[in-house]
Design a binder for this molecule. Structure first.
Ligand SMILES: [Zn+2]
Length: 214
């Protein structure tokens, strides 16, 4: 018992000098029992090995790791800034393109809605033609003969319906327009649409915007 107590953990480590530990059986077979017990009983391995590895890391590896981390993080940050500005430029361009697209889209939509109205009027005029054998001269005639209601969306060009859905300028001109619960309707007397028959072709046109005419 006394011999095992005298063999301190530090002495075991220094006597070996191989960095593995002091409890190798082949190194000193005579003290196998004592040293084996001392090694297992004490915390020589627990304190010795980690200390050596910590020292190795502290002198060489952590500095390299730190340098690499710094370089990588700087590169990464630069990449983010460059990428961010590129994204911002792209975003600006996208917004501008979107604006012009929105304006163009609204114009197209207005033309399309006006086109629907012209088609509807043409269809009613066709019914009028089937019944009377002649074409109506104007929208008023269709409404009077009950081919169209007095108040209808079809009596409005889409240009007369602002995005807000409220009638402003058209109302100020003395036009009678009714805002119903569901949609804006116009009075037939003030329809912006005109009929024309040149002897062979019957056409419907919008007087508010030439570009609306098909
Ligand atoms: Zn129109």
């Amino acid at each position: 018992m006394s011999s095992s107590e005298q063999t301190t953990p530090s002495a075991c480590l220094e006597s070996d000098g191989d960095g593995i530990g002091g409890n190798e059986q082949e190194a000193e077979p005579d003290h196998w029992t004592e040293r084996g017990r001392a090694a297992s009983g004490s915390n020589s391995n627990a304190t010795g090995r980690p200390r050596r590895s910590v020292l190795a890391l502290g002198h060489i590896t952590p500095m390299k790791v730190l340098a690499r981390v710094l370089v990588l993080s700087l590169t990464f940050a630069a990449g983010i800034i460059a990428g961010g500005s590129a994204c911002y430029l792209y975003f600006q361009l996208a917004v501008e393109a979107d604006r012009s697209e929105v304006a163009e889209g609204r114009a197209n939509e207005a033309r399309a809605v006006c086109g629907f109205h012209q088609t509807a009027l043409y269809q009613r005029a066709g019914l009028y033609h089937q019944k009377f054998g002649c074409w109506p001269t104007n929208v008023q005639e269709l409404a009077v003969m009950h081919f169209l209601p007095e108040y209808s969306q079809v009596h409005l060009c889409s240009l007369q319906i602002p995005a807000s859905g409220l009638i402003t300028s058209y109302d100020q001109k003395g036009t009678f327009i009714e805002q119903t619960q569901h949609c804006t309707v116009g009075y037939y007397v003030l329809s912006p649409y005109r009929f024309r028959f040149d002897g062979t072709n019957f056409t419907v046109s919008c007087t508010l915007d030439v570009s609306h005419n098909q």
